[in-house]
Design a protein around this ligand. Sequence first.
Ligand code: ZN
Ligand code: ZN
Length: 588
Amino acid sequence: MKLRYLPLLALALPACTSNSTNTTAGPATTTLADARFDRFKNQFILDLWKQNPDYASSQGFHKYDSLLVIPDAAQRQREAAFVAQNLGVLGRFSLDSLSANNQIDYHLLTNELRSQRWYADTLKSWQWNPASYNLGASVGDLLNGRHYPLGRRLRNISDKIAGAQAFYQAAQATISQPTREHLALAVQQNQGGLAVFGPALADSVRKSTLSATEKQLLTQRIAGAQAAVQGYIGFLNQQLASAKAFRSFRIGKALFDRKFALDIQSRYSADEVLALAQKHKADLLHDMGKRAARLFPKYCAGRPMPKDTLALIRQVIDQLALKHAPRDGFVDAVKRQIPTLTKFVNDHDLLAQDPSKPLVVRETPGYMRGSGAGASVSAPGPYDTKANTYYNVEPLPATWTAAQAESYLREYNDYTLQILNIHEAIPGHYTQLVYANRSPSLVKSIFGNGAMIEGWAVYSERLMLEAGYGNNSDEIWLLWDKWNMRSTLNAVVDNLIQTQNATEASVVALLTGVGFQEEAEARNKWHRATLSQVQLSSYFTGYTEIVALRDEIKQREGSKFNLKKFNEQFLSYGSAPVRYIRELMLRR
Ligand code: ZN
Ligand code: ZN
């Protein structure tokens, strides 16, 4: 699953007020303080939705679907006032008077508001990332959403896009010294967004129950939106072609360190994580060398064993990758594995599972395809916890050549596919989300910590293999090492690219060398690392923190340590940052 930390864009609505300014500290009992804090949280979230209608829709809150926020200076001022006011209210609660669950929520909300302020005032990506502005993307979500019947969705879209011209005019006025990379991304994504205003939308309008007048108005507005997006793309292309100096996509060490602290909320600093990742890289490589040497005679019989460890590992991996699903049987291969995983978790008592919330494996719906993610989990949002959880698996595109398909199938060979299923489904993302939905906190659902979520999925792979999944064979461990090397190197290159001017050539050499990646994958990673910062570090950081916490508790409890209890306890706090889960678990 690709979970992106969603910094709230600097968008706000007029007349956004909060009724919770009268809160004072010093309640008589814990219960009273918690009740007051709960009221504050609820009001805060409602206010937040009014400010961020797109974000609200994405979380399943559809009251403000028809609203369009114009990203101008006045909106940014309103947003700043919102942040200042709510930080003030938060500051009047005393942390110690709150329950453990509310303490985590307090931390999450404080961090969220500080992040908003820092993104707006210091990082200022709203100035230099023109891809922040894409009306097509939000209209596409409204159109494809199932929450309202088509007629109502179209009326919401009609109201929303009435301001398309003003929206893009404000965006243009806002952009100042963008990066070349984000300009190119904005062109590409707005071209994709333009497609949303194409024939499929016109077709929906025709088929709908809207009156003739409504249809006419909407058709006019669609034409207006098309023109506005085209105008924006023209402006972006002009910027790209201009001789002006672009901003570097590298945010530099000071901004990276702060962004790391705000996005990841780890107890480690960015520097510490880089050092840990470099060390883990060496450990993985050492383990791979040992295992490859043992496997070489079995899989490469008759060949001379390479002296170079990297060559040895590569030759063995190449042989293991030959075992893979057939091109037209990829989705089936995934489907077949799910019951095996469920049974293994039960048989080995790794954690309790909830049979009333089955995972539905399906082919990825068309509108979600093409992102390059072969598999993902679609979890119900916090307002819709009873809906199905889907495991989306993308069949290989029919347009792929035999060679492309073969390369992909080798990447997701029989061993790696099992690791992927553990990560995405059981006991990875799906299992974690089932537990998270039991924790009755909207705040944790909305501001869930990406590093904890990804960290758990990576930890769950190791949990399964340590319990003997895959018969503790060198084959599955070697391919897990390679898989784990990817998230480890993600953290390394993220930091080196953003803070130390690492070049594309050096990054590709690292990823194709000790990372054993194909060149195409390595170049894609470079590209992604120029467009995002910190997110690539989240997998390794979360994983490392969870393993360290488990070791810490193991040490403390000695022979009393119970793995199932640890796993369940860890998951019981919702998707909170590992550092706060740690505080609460160690306090028990
Ligand atoms: Zn994941
Ligand atoms: Zn093959």
